[in-house]
Design a protein around this ligand. Structure first.
Ligand code: ATP
Ligand code: MG
Length: 649
């Protein structure tokens, strides 16, 4: 495709001041794979340890003994690393800029304030009988108390499990039971796009489910003052309990391999997996990736638009930035409220330097045309980032041109809940960019491509993406189900971590994620990833978003069924269908010629904003009764609409 030919060289001004230029990257990367022990022993020094680790790496990907440990004899405290050690030099610096759903609602919280409030909350948790190793479920709005709650757990060695605030009572109940949480921290209501979401009501409903009686208390932040029910003896107001506590709380010495949090995947490919992340390796990796991938410079304002309910929010709103003493922006609302210009307006208001968002958000803005950014200048921006799905080259170019004013490099970061931090990504001062490619591996990450039998593929080729050796941020297990962990990631190929993603490597050694392996199409014996066909369609002026799936086809084995969301104001005509078919044939080749196109006013997406192709595949195959786990679906009504307008082949 033509877009793939575009290469954006490293900008000299960025390379000159970056943490890593091309040479530094090459040398550090080589060292990180030649001598992981030495490399990571040095990197661990970026943290304050109560007891410095001597054992650096003990890891095995052998399916009979999957065992991953980093810095296991070290002791540290994550909250002390994110707060205490910054007090002397940056106590008055803003740690969190909070931007409310309402544009008139803003707060700046300094490192000292965050430290004091976190300690008060940590003391409150202790008063409720929460201690080291206990789990706490967080079901919260995007408010500073969410970060405080994560850090307060870390301070006393408790394990947090954050459940995205858009989930239903059933999902909350399952996660409370799964984690065996004695405490839930929530708010009366959250506010998104001017609408209230009844968080406390949802918790009340969740806690009527069988098995949730492990939970003894619910701590409630007053966010809106809306009406809620109250269960005496169980429910407590956050303010009542926390305000009276001491602002000092000795940080617990936590083992390098003690758990820090449990977090569920998005559920794009099946039932979500509750991953276990531990302390020393995770924080080292989150901090290091945040520094290098975003080339974070002291004093910059960093904004990651994810929710803290996802791993992106964990690593790049809270832990990475705060470990590095950064100013991190936390946004309560949605990009479309009060208008579609909101993201740009927030950038201007807070002079954001680095903006890290998702392809779904970029495509949504792009559908409204360039004028959607007219209400802001975004002059403060220096760097852009993308995560969550392959970013179509067309969306990349729009992000670069319209949001970034053609001066900000884009780091397309490939990683997963399981990886804890960014794995494949450009470094702004080191890597020339190719729109649509996540480019090169981060330090210590050894990606490889294998065929279905697990044979290593060399050179420019396409295959299944695996990682050959452990890195510190890697998840250690699935909480309470190590067998599923082994089964899911280590039993497909011997001694390799299987990512579940398909990938192409080009002649420059750049990696291009082609989509989920589960979603790969096989048309007349040709295997095709979803990303390439979708990107071709998104490059057409009429198309906002596209999703491609295969369906059983008598002759070809699989036919190509395409769902298309059109840009604002475009009419869905048969003429246009023909044009799109021609477009794809010309762009990719007759083999990719669509068999069916269905107009989709909306796509079924996970609550983290990713297209759930497995549902689209079922609809295309007319298997609408067995849609599988739909608990993480953002808007079930989209599915009904698509079923109703399904095109018979
Ligand atoms: P589940 O594992 O439950 O199916 P999920 O894989 O969507 O859900 P996450 O851990 O949130 O859950 O997402 C990781 C996946 O997101 C990756 O495996 C990859 O498919 C996709 N992804 C993330 N970042 C990128 C990127 N920059 N380019 C391409 N794909 C990406
Ligand atoms: Mg996954």
């Amino acid at each position: 495709m033509s877009e793939q030919q575009n290469v954006y060289p490293v900008r000299d001004d960025i390379a000159a001041n970056a943490w890593a230029d091309e040479k530094t990257y090459a040398a550090m990367y080589q060292r990180s794979v030649d001598d992981p022990e030495g490399f990571w022993a040095e990197q661990a020094k970026r943290l304050d340890w109560i007891k410095a680790p001597n054992k650096i790496k003990s890891t095995s990907f052998d399916r009979h003994n999957v065992d991953i440990r980093w810095f296991e004899d070290g002791e540290l405290n994550v909250a002390a690393n994110c707060l205490d050690r910054h007090l002397e030099t940056r106590g008055d610096q803003t740690a969190i800029i909070w931007e409310g759903d309402d544009p008139n609602d803003t707060k700046h919280i300094s490192y000292r304030e965050l430290y004091e409030r976190t300690n008060q909350l940590a003391n409150a948790l202790k008063e409720l009988g929460v201690s080291k190793g206990d789990t706490v479920t967080l079901y919260m709005p995007m408010i500073p108390e969410a970060a405080m709650a994560m850090l307060a757990c870390a301070r006393i060695g408790a394990v947090h499990s954050v459940v995205f605030g858009g989930f239903s009572p059933d999902a909350v109940a399952q996660r409370v039971i799964g984690a065996n949480s004695k405490l839930v921290i929530t708010a009366d209501e959250s506010v998104r796009g001017g609408k209230q979401v009844p968080l406390k009501d949802n918790v009340d409903a969740a806690l009527t489910r069988d098995g949730t009686d492990v939970c003894k208390n619910v701590l409630v932040v007053k966010r809106t003052g809306g009406d809620i029910d109250w269960k005496e003896g169980r429910d407590l107001w956050f303010g009542d309990l926390v305000d009276k506590q001491s602002t000092e709380c000795e940080p617990e010495a936590v083992g390098g391999e003690d758990p820090l949090f449990i977090l569920y995947t998005s559920g794009s490919t099946g039932a979500p997996k509750g991953l276990k992340h531990t302390t020393g390796g995770y924080l080292t990796f989150a901090a290091m990736t945040h520094q290098y991938v975003f080339d974070y410079q002291d004093g910059e304002v960093f904004w990651c638009t994810a929710d803290v309910g996802w791993v992106t929010g964990h690593s790049y709103i809270v832990y990475g930035p705060l470990a590095n003493g950064a100013t991190t922006l936390m946004f309560e609302g949605v990009p479309s409220y009060p208008s579609h210009g909101r993201i740009g307006e927030i950038v201007d208001k807070h002079k954001v330097n680095i903006l890290y968002t998702a392809p779904t958000a970029v495509r949504a803005l792009m559908a409204h045309g360039d004028s959607v950014m007219d209400s802001s200048s975004r002059e403060s921006l220096r760097l852009l980032g993308s995560v969550g799905e392959p970013i179509n080259p067309e969306a990349w170019e729009w992000f670069y041109r319209v949001i970034g004013n053609e001066k900000c490099p884009i780091v397309d970061t490939w990683w997963q809940t399981e990886t804890g931090g960014i794995m494949i990504s450009p470094l702004p001062g080191a890597t020339a960019l190719k729109p649509g490619s996540a480019t090169k591996p981060f330090f210590g990450v050894q990606p490889a491509l294998v065929d279905n039998e697990g044979n290593m593929l060399e050179g420019a080729t396409e295959g299944n993406l695996v990682i050959l050796d452990s890195w510190p941020g890697q998840a250690r297990s699935i909480w309470g189900d190590h067998d599923r962990f082994v089964q899911t990631y280590f039993s497909t190929y011997d001694n390799m971590y299987f990512t579940g993603d398909g990938c192409r490597r080009d002649e420059d050694g750049y990696y291009w994620i082609t989509g989920r392996v589960d979603d790969v199409l096989n048309v007349s014996g040709h295997r095709m990833g979803t990303a390439e066909i979708e990107s071709s369609l998104v490059a057409h002026d009429a198309v906002a978003e596209a999703a491609v799936v295969g369906y059983p086809h008598d002759i070809k084995g699989q036919g190509i069924y395409i769902y298309v969301t059109l840009n604002d104001g475009i009419d869905p005509t048969d003429e246009l269908k023909k044009e799109l078919t021609k477009w794809v044939r010309k762009d990719i080749g007759p083999i990719a010629s669509p068999d069916v196109i269905q107009w989709a006013p909306g796509m079924p997406k996970t609550r983290s904003g990713k297209i759930m192709r497995r549902i689209l595949r079922k609809i295309a195959a007319n298997e609408c009764d067995g849609l599988g786990d739909t608990s993480t679906l953002a808007d079930p009504s989209v599915v009904d609409e698509l079923i109703e307008h399904r095109v018979n082949q």
